[in-house]
Write a protein that binds this ligand. Structure first.
Ligand code: GDP
Length: 372
């Protein structure tokens, strides 16, 4: 059943997010509803079922794979007597843990306050002894109880601070002159940092967790005597909280102002097609979808599926697919130059480098048409 497969994938991803945030998942609950209950998101029977499970097994937190409205969050917390996290809060928490520079920290803090503001009336009385933990990093409980006005002031302040940094970063980008700029884009955990490291011989942090990269890294890369700038950007994700899209404006500006996008896809992931779509949607949102793009299908070294017959190359059936076979798949028929590689083993790197060289050269020539 396709719907159920999708659901499992979504919950796998949520579990990976929870793991990244430092939680272990005990049990999954699902419910089919034509639409979410406006008061409690899930039905009342399901809420009781979860409440009983939580009590029996001394569970600390219940996580929802959607953004809950402020009142849904409040009602659920009151009814189930347990801390509730929604998808947005979970992602914000991971970002808070991972933000390295003061710029990223400012961005995350702003997003957290924006999330918090409409939820300020939330009651924490029954949870008083459960301070700290996931969803509580960044603005703490004392702030939750303070006046909305203080938070609004803080939001204004943070926005001003970001505006100043945005201007500085824009100047920096301008100062990079006419050198061609390529940006790595892609879903989180597809191998962008790994690729950045192997192309530019730099040491960008790569880890099998979601959102290892929050800050953009820019490196000068030279392929065949042609220098260009390569940027590693924050990974995209399905249902990226809108507060984050907005507050990571400057990070996304790197993408918006790039001359060439290198769209990295983890082809070993069963939902890679969904990932491509999510990334394309975000590119559309930030109006960067018409840029020249190269599709890089990564992790070709990583398969463990059975293959039924020659023509069958659907994700669930491929195994040890050769480069020639990859080149015959629908993926290779996109309107963009497409290449299949492994960032880990560097398989097929020469073809990828040639492709990047050709695209960068095209842009370079269009910029300096009268040079030899
Ligand atoms: P990012 O979030 O897109 O920057 O992804 P990372 O570069 O941090 O990589 C995520 C995980 O995928 C890490 O555990 C990498 O070691 C792994 N990875 C990256 N490229 C490959 C590849 O070509 N093959 C395999 N098997 N794993 C890879």
């Amino acid at each position: 059943n396709q719907d159920e497969e999708k659901l499992t994938e979504y919950l796998d991803e949520l579990e990976f997010l929870a793991f990244t945030a430092g939680a272990t998942i005990q049990k999954r609950f699902t419910q089919k509803l034509t639409q979410p209950d406006p008061k409690t998101f899930i039905g009342s029977g399901k809420a009781i079922e979860i409440k009983e499970y939580v009590k029996e097994n001394e569970i600390g937190t219940v996580i929802f794979d959607d953004e809950l409205s402020p009142s849904q969050l409040k009602n659920l917390e009151r009814e189930m007597e347990v801390k509730i996290l929604d998808r947005t809060n979970l992602i914000l928490d991971i970002f808070a843990q991972r933000a390295q520079t003061s710029y990223a920290r400012t961005q995350v803090e702003l997003a957290q306050y924006q999330y918090l503001l409409p939820r300020l009336t939330r009651m924490w009385t029954h949870l008083e002894r459960q301070k700290g933990g996931i969803g509580m990093r960044g603005p703490g409980e004392t702030e939750i109880e303070t006046d909305r006005r203080i938070i609004r002031d803080r939001i204004t302040l943070l926005k001003d601070k970001l505006k100043t940094i945005d201007r500085q970063m824009a100047t920096q980008r301008n100062n990079r002159g006419k050198v061609v700029r390529a940006a790595l884009v892609g879903y989180t955990n597809v191998g962008k940092s790994t690729l950045m490291n192997s192309i530019s011989k730099s040491e960008v942090f790569a880890e099998n967790k979601l959102f290892a990269t929050l800050d953009t890294t820019v490196r000068k890369v030279v392929i065949g005597n042609l220098p260009f700038l390569l940027t590693d950007t924050v990974g995209f994700i399905r249902k990226l909280p809108t507060q984050l899209v907005e507050s990571f404006k400057s990070t996304l500006d790197e993408v918006r102002e790039a001359d060439l996008l290198i769209h990295v896809v983890d082809i070993s992931h069963e939902s890679f097609e969904d990932h491509i779509e999510s990334v394309n949607n975000i590119l559309m949102e930030i109006n960067a979808h018409q840029k020249p793009m190269i599709m890089v299908f990564n992790k070709i070294d990583d398969f463990s599926y059975e293959k039924k017959d020659e023509d069958d190359l659907t994700p669930s059936t491929r195994k040890n697919v050769s480069l020639d076979e990859w080149r015959k798949t629908w993926m290779a028929k996109s309107k963009y130059p497409t290449v299949f590689i492994s960032a880990l083993t560097k398989e097929n790197f020469p073809e990828m480098k040639k492709m990047i060289y050709d695209e960068v050269m095209k842009i370079h020539i269009s910029r300096f048409p009268y040079n030899d």
